[in-house]
Write a protein that binds this ligand. Structure first.
Ligand code: NAP
Length: 307
């Protein structure tokens, strides 16, 4: 056993960073209200929500209340049409106090994401689902980032983990986590490999990584024997196994090999919601001042200039 393994890995906890971000957001919201005379609000639109996703959404809305951001939940029945969803979005966007909108995914069958993004104002798209924001990210410009991808990279930055020049393997290529996390790591000058369900010899690729970001939705999938000794592991996965929350990484075996790892729960999750609040404040300010052209507003944390 090496000294590293004897001591165990450094735990990268999202909670303390999230608390610091929330304090900053509360003060930014108070300053916003003084300056513009109204309370910015977040709206969440759900179509036929199931119970677990409602719990998650209520957590986001509760978080808004704690920092002085207004909150609005709009629930549409599961048999709503695409036109119903578009109308609900348009109604929300008629209210200038609604600074940001989250549309809960997945949407019920029969409602295409297209119906949402054709109506959603990209300047209110604080979870980065609109193609305009995705395009800005892929070109290396500022825009709204998907909050979970943002959190998975931010936890590394806030923990002072060196990223530049390192090989980062992202496992998972969803539009909301894997892909944007890979693009963000590229922006941080990591050398990035993105893996997915068709990747051949995934363990060998993961074993070559200095930093591994895992977002696949498969409990305990990445095990310690798939990691390079000393690797840094960001586990984005949230799975329920026998009533307990576990990540996509098998924590016990990974912790014997990794130099640093995010726990589940308590790693990326808490940071995601706090980061969403920072996006909301930026959206509110951009809307209220009208000075900031689309896509040019700065991120919660400055990122390097686009190449
Ligand atoms: P998703 O849309 O289902 O995408 C899963 C990705 O994983 C896909 O790209 C898929 O590949 C890949 N994949 C699945 N099985 C694989 C395998 N055996 N080997 C390699 N790649 C595999 O999931 P998501 O929305 O990105 O969510 C991923 C995880 O993050 C879930 O556990 C979710 O609960 C969690 N999550 C966490 C937070 C947070 O705040 N921490 C927020 C949201 C979601 P293909 O593209 O080839 O199908």
């Amino acid at each position: 056993m090496t000294g590293l393994m004897d001591e165990g890995p450094r735990l990268l906890r999202g909670g303390p960073v999230a608390t610091a971000i929330r304090e900053q957001v509360a003060s930014d919201v108070a300053a916003f209200k003084d300056e513009f005379g109204y309370q910015p609000a977040l709206a969440v639109l759900v179509v036929g929500a199931d119970a677990p996703s409602l719990v998650y959404l209520h957590k986001i809305l509760d978080g808004c209340r704690l920092v002085g951001i207004g909150d609005r939940l709009v629930e549409l029945p599961a048999d709503s049409s695409e036109a119903d969803v578009s109308h609900a979005l348009a109604d929300l966007q008629a209210d200038p106090r609604i600074a940001g909108i989250i549309v809960q995914q997945p949407l019920p069958k029969g409602i295409g994401l297209r119906a949402v993004i054709d109506t959603l104002d990209p300047m209110r798209d604080i979870d980065g689902i609109h193609p305009l924001n995705a395009g800005l990210l892929s070109l290396g410009y500022d825009g709204f980032l998907p909050a979970t991808a943002h959190a998975s990279v931010e936890i590394l930055r806030q923990s002072g983990i060196p990223i530049s020049g390192k090989h980062c393997v992202v496992v998972g290529r969803s539009n909301v986590i894997g892909k944007p996390a890979g693009l963000l790591m590229l922006r941080e000058n990591a050398t990035v490999t993105i893996c997915h369900s068709k990747t051949e010899d995934l363990p060998a690729i993961v074993r070559s990584a200095d930093i591994v970001i895992v977002a696949i939705g498969k409990a305990n999938f990445v095990t310690g024997d798939m990691l390079k000794p000393g690797a840094v592991v960001v586990d984005v996965g949230i799975n329920v196994v026998e009533g307990k929350l576990v990540g996509d990484v098998h924590f016990e075996s990974a912790a014997r090999v990794a130099s640093a790892i995010t726990p589940v729960p308590g790693g990326v999750g808490p940071l995601t919601n706090a980061i969403l609040l920072t996006h909301l404040v930026q959206a509110a300010r951009a809307k209220a001042t009208g000075r900031i052209p689309l896509g040019a507003h700065s991120l919660a944390v400055p990122v390097p200039e686009a190449n």
